[in-house]
Design a binder for this molecule. Structure first.
Ligand code: NAD
Ligand code: DAU
Length: 354
């Protein structure tokens, strides 16, 4: 039984991770989350009354608070997911990304270092600081190659540059201070409880309302899609069995052009929704090409052979099965969607730097 501090546990991936930890392990979890627009405790309703789960509203940039929470909770692992995560928002307002993703990670590293240094040798040997990062740190790919753990960093957006900076800090804290770190860089996740500013949930919700489905540029950009529960199982494998200091790339081997993804969603909706919004016969007719995202990376693809071979992880979900489950989840959980769209965001276009 471990004590696991999860930062950002009210977000999309963090909440899936906590549901997994509570339902599948005997570990105790402390969820440290600031509850920004992207954090929703409702995503944790299924496990919120479990004795092994607790929540604290705190900001990773608040050194005194985080230090005291770590001291009281005595974590064996820190799994760090808290971040500003949306590329379009980083184009409109990079400051919060620099502050949360870089300064926040630095602050957490300092708290972890001070805590780690005071541990007994036995507890030191088992402690891990796991930074959950993104494949976007590697930048844009040509048609044939894939991101490997040793691919050079070449981030394109303020978001990906801030995550790249955080990755560098995490590695430096191991080299300089001996903090036992692990790093994972994952491709695009999708699944339940995904905030509706991201491509897949936005398209499902817009289609249900008969609104245009805005594809940036020509819609031919490629992303490698991974069902969120598969990502969570990979994170658990890495924190338990990963080698200290190592980086593991995680991907779904499911490369799709954005337009293909949106067409699959529309085809599912055509079958699942009997009463379509007025004037709509085929949801595909709602697809609309709009101005491209500035600095838009054309293609991401992940070589996951390291985590496959060394830790035996494979995705369980195919894109076909995962996207069907996801569309069905959004159709059944419109209340969750309405509540998270609290007024500050109404599915308007973001990221044009206007
Ligand atoms: P999300 O935006 O859904 O959730 C982020 C969470 O962090 C929210 O609950 C928010 O309240 C919290 N948070 C933000 N600032 C905070 C602060 N200063 N202090 C404490 N909590 C704060 O993000 P997500 O999609 O779940 O991503 C989680 C992590 O995984 C991020 O670090 C992201 O970079 C990384 N990642 C995401 C993907 C993806 O496809 N979504 C892929 C690879 C890596
Ligand atoms: O690759 C991992 C990253 O995936 C994570 O690190 C990020 O946190 C996560 O947000 C995601 O970033 P993307 O920018 O790839 O995700 P997004 O859902 O915003 O966009 C996916 C693709 O769809 C991208 O090529 C832009 C395009 N897009 C997006 C939106 C919101 C559209 O064409 N139209 C849209 O309305």
């Amino acid at each position: 039984m471990k004590n696991i501090l999860v930062t950002g546990g009210a977000g999309f991936i963090g909440s899936a991770l906590i549901r997994f930890l509570i339902n599948n392990t005997s570990d105790c979890v402390l969820n440290l989350d600031k509850l920004t627009y992207a954090g929703n405790l409702e995503s944790l309703q299924a496990i919120e009354n479990n004795d092994r789960y607790s929540f604290v509203k705190a900001d990773i940039r608040d050194y005194e608070r985080v230090e005291s929470l770590i001291h009281d909770f005595q974590p064996d692992f820190i799994m760090h997911l808290a971040a500003e995560s949306h590329v379009d928002r980083s184009i409109d307002g990079p400051a919060e990304f620099i502050s949360t993703n870089i300064v926040g990670t630095y602050t957490l590293l300092e708290c972890a270092r001070n805590y780690y240094q005071a541990l007994s040798n036995e507890r030191k040997s088992k402690f891990r600081f796991h930074h959950i990062s993104t494949d976007e740190v590697y930048g844009d790919l040509d048609e044939d190659s894939k991101f490997r753990e040793d691919s050079p960093y070449d981030p394109s957006s303020p978001y990906s540059a801030s995550k790249a900076s955080a990755d560098h800090l995490v590695r430096a804290w191991q080299k300089t201070y001996g903090l036992p770190i692990l790093l994972t860089n994952c491709s695009n996740n999708y699944g339940p409880y995904h905030f509706p500013e991201k491509l897949i949930p936005l398209m499902i919700l817009n289609a249900m309302e008969g609104k245009p489905l805005p594809l940036y540029g020509d819609g031919k950009q490629v992303r490698d899609w991974l069902y969120v529960d598969d990502h969570v199982r990979a994170l658990y494998q890495v924190v338990i069995n990963g080698k200290v200091g190592e980086t593991y790339n995680i991907g779904g081997s499911s490369e799709k052009q954005n337009i293909e993804v949106v067409r699959v969603i529309c085809d599912h909706l055509n079958k699942l929704i009997e009463k379509k919004p007025s004037g709509i016969e085929d949801f595909n007719d709602l697809i609309t090409f709009v101005q491209d995202r500035p600095g838009h990376d054309k293609r991401y693809a992940i070589d996951s052979s390291k985590i496959n071979n060394e830790l035996g992880w494979q995705p369980a979900e195919s894109f076909d099965s995962g996207i069907k489950k996801t569309v069905e989840w959004y159709l059944k959980n419109q209340d969750w969607c309405n509540r998270v769209l609290d007024g500050s965001y109404q599915k308007q276009r973001l990221g044009l730097n206007e």
